[in-house]
Design a protein around this ligand. Structure first.
Ligand code: FES
Length: 174
């Protein structure tokens, strides 16, 4: 990270800390804001958050490593989280996982080279009667089957493309 980037990140974190009155309760929203903007929480960012809140860096590391939506490695613009819990497992999660890996050319836990998609497993999303269920960032998809995977991916590829390509793709939400 360049010195100027560090300086600007330090400034952003200082402003966030100000917003949350340097209180420990502000740690989670601060980390979420950083994750959303930079798609990861770097070592430097964790140290700065700790410094601004007056806590030990290990406390911030602990929070980042505990929550799956926070990451020290840069994730894709769209993070796909496929439920791996029992009901979804029985209703065809494996076939959906295989199709996602085939279409994206990556394994779970990886990010595509263009940094558009990351693949992850998650635990129950509370949609057990309508599995397999997955999230793409905050969008929920239920009763997903392998034939639907390419439509879902295409929708997000188009979202990221030029404005002229911004047209809705029919995707079933279960
Ligand atoms: S088991 Fe997958 S949503 Fe509950």
């Amino acid at each position: 990270m360049l010195a100027t980037e560090r300086q600007s990140l330090r400034q952003e974190i200082a402003e966030l800390a100000e917003k949350y009155e340097h209180k420990r309760d502000g740690m989670m929203p601060m980390l979420e804001t950083i994750q959303e903007k930079y798609r990861c929480v770097s070592d430097f960012a964790m140290q700065e958050v700790a410094r601004q809140l007056g806590v030990f860096p290990t406390e911030v590391y602990g929070v980042v490593s505990f929550y799956s939506f926070l990451s020290t490695e840069t994730k894709g613009k769209f993070v796909i989280r496929l439920c791996r819990t029992l009901s979804c497992d029985f209703s065809g999660k494996r076939e959906v996982a295989q199709q996602l890996e085939n279409e994206l050319g990556i394994k779970f836990g990886e990010t595509t080279k263009d940094r558009l998609f990351s693949l992850e497993y998650c635990n129950c999303l509370g949609m057990c009667d309508n599995g397999p269920a997955l999230l793409v960032n905050n969008d929920v998809y239920t009763r997903v089957h392998p034939e639907l995977v390419s439509d879902i991916l295409e929708k997000y590829r188009r979202m990221f493309g030029p404005a002229s390509q911004l047209e809705e793709v029919e995707v079933h939400h279960g």
